[in-house]
Design a protein around this ligand. Structure first.
Ligand code: PEP
Ligand code: CO
Length: 466
């Protein structure tokens, strides 16, 4: 191990994986037993990591290409993964929808798609309220399966640090299966028909989707004839992982040095991101993030001050490394026209341009009551049209300003859920009662995700003049 070179630090400030502890850490669970937390952290620090520094460095290269407009990022998955969903069917369904959406985007954009799952560790959630009250009872809010359980009783909602260990194990099981599928032929473009999801088969979109698959496969066959050999190696895809960098003792325990490289890597995921509630430069999360070599995502929205964001980007990337900073904007369909241009302008002149992703989900969340259910019982939803409108507005604004949109950040699932309204089947608030399964934010179902991808893909083709 090369211990002689110092870890990358801000020129003026010392850094260590635990230096965040001197700052105010928002959105941390109120752990009742700090000794148990320390014990879990010690155990985690001894366990094998989930990803490697080689992969992380390769992702930064890919992100840099996306920032220049030479690749397109699809970052997508559950709002909150749950331990119960660590099941082969759920994982293959998620992989299928990621592969299908990315195939449509490759076809539309005519450039490689960088697939990043919100997967294998997206187990912790920020909450706007620390406590939740139902009737006479009040308990801590559900903060993700890494922290507590969604059931509404005192025992389930008490933060339990041993869940951090369970989360690491579930993440490892998930990633092991994803890697086996991606490397073992499942993700081979020659066999894209194996990605079909049962319930999408009878959708009106299926015909258009299969036409795209056919065109891509024909293109592959043509290339193989010309090259005189199989291009199987090139037809396989990479899947990267990401999660919100939230519960800092966990992130710290997985922050390691590696042989023959300088610096520290968070080896629990390729791309950690800072949520909108924890992205202040003076906070503990930014302090933690500045010392690791991973690319860092930052959520950007109506509460973001453009000048402060510029300072944060410089703070996190003092060496102007390419592919290091990913700005994920989520202004909402109504806010993007006003909110995004000043943020793009504030980044002008940075030596390493950030990578811009549009998250058309988190600015478009609405509460609705489900018809027929008790008064006051409401759920969070998003309307498909708002998601499309914000994504299209993002494409238009980036094109107008001349700064490429590097990709999209979506909450979706391969399951036939009814959590977002609208889309080809025109789901209404009444339909939400049928299959509303998310523990936190509403996700696009696979059919809505494919429809969104097709809308974006059509725009991309039009922009390319094909
Ligand atoms: C999320 O991505 O699930 C999330 C909570 O986003 P944001 O921090 O943008 O609200
Ligand atoms: Co969410």
């Amino acid at each position: 191990m090369n211990e002689s070179k110092p870890a990358p630090t801000h020129p003026l400030l010392e850094w260590s994986p635990g230096s965040w502890r001197d700052r105010s850490a928002l959105q941390q669970p109120a752990w009742p037993d700090l000794q148990a937390l320390a014990a879990a952290q010690e155990e985690l620090a001894l366990l094998p990591p989930l990803v490697t520094s080689w992969e992380i460095e390769a992702l930064k290269e890919n992100l840099w290409l996306a920032g220049r407009g030479d690749a397109f990022v699809l970052q997508a998955g559950d709002c909150a993964e749950s331990f119960a969903d660590c099941r082969p069917g759920r994982i293959t369904d998620m992989l299928k929808v990621l592969l299908q959406v990315s195939l449509i985007l490759v076809h539309g954009g005519g450039r490689p798609v960088v697939r990043i799952g919100r997967i294998a560790g997206q187990y912790a959630k920020p909450r706007s309220q620390d406590l939740e009250t139902r009737g006479e009872e009040t308990h801590p809010a559900y903060r993700g399966d890494n922290v507590n359980c969604p059931n509404f009783d005192a025992a389930s909602r008490t933060p339990d640090p041993t869940l951090l260990l369970r989360g690491h194990e579930r993440a490892a099981l998930t990633l092991n299966f994803v890697r086996a599928l991606a490397g073992g032929g499942f993700a081979d473009l020659h066999h894209a028909e194996t990605w079909d999801l049962a319930f999408v088969g009878d959708s009106e979109l299926a015909g258009e989707y299969h036409k795209i698959v056919h065109e891509v496969q024909e293109g592959l066959r043509f290339m193989e004839i010309v090259a005189g050999r199989s291009i199987r190696e090139f037809a396989q895809v990479d899947i990267w992982t990401s999660h919100e960098c939230l519960v800092l003792p966990l992130e710290q325990a997985l922050t390691r040095r590696v042989p023959r490289r300088d610096g520290w890597y968070n080896l629990s995921t390729h791309l950690p991101w800072l949520g909108i509630r924890t992205a202040a430069q003076e906070g503990a999360h930014a302090e933690y993030a500045r010392g690791i070599c991973n690319p860092i995502g930052i959520k950007v929205g109506t509460s973001t001050n453009p000048a402060a964001l510029r300072r944060l980007v410089e703070f996190l990337n003092p060496g102007s490394e390419r592919g290091r900073v990913v700005l994920i904007h989520r202004f909402g369909a109504e806010g993007i026209e006003q909110g995004l241009p000043p943020v793009i302008a504030a980044m002008e002149g940075l030596q390493a341009a950030p990578v811009w992703l549009c998250d058309p989900m988190h600015g478009n969340t609405r509460s609705v009551s489900i018809p027929g259910r008790g008064a006051g019982e409401s759920v969070k939803t998003r309307h498909f049209d708002d998601v499309v409108a914000e994504s299209e507005a993002a494409m238009a604004i980036h094109a107008r300003i001349g700064v490429p949109l590097g990709g999209v950040h979506l909450e979706l699932t391969g399951e036939d859920v009814t959590e977002c309204t609208g889309g080809a089947r025109q789901l209404s608030p009444k339909d939400l009662a049928r299959a509303y399964r998310t523990h936190v934010d509403p996700r696009l179902n696979a059919e809505q995700a494919l429809e969104l991808a097709m809308r974006l893909s059509r725009r991309m083709r039009a922009a390319r003049g094909v």
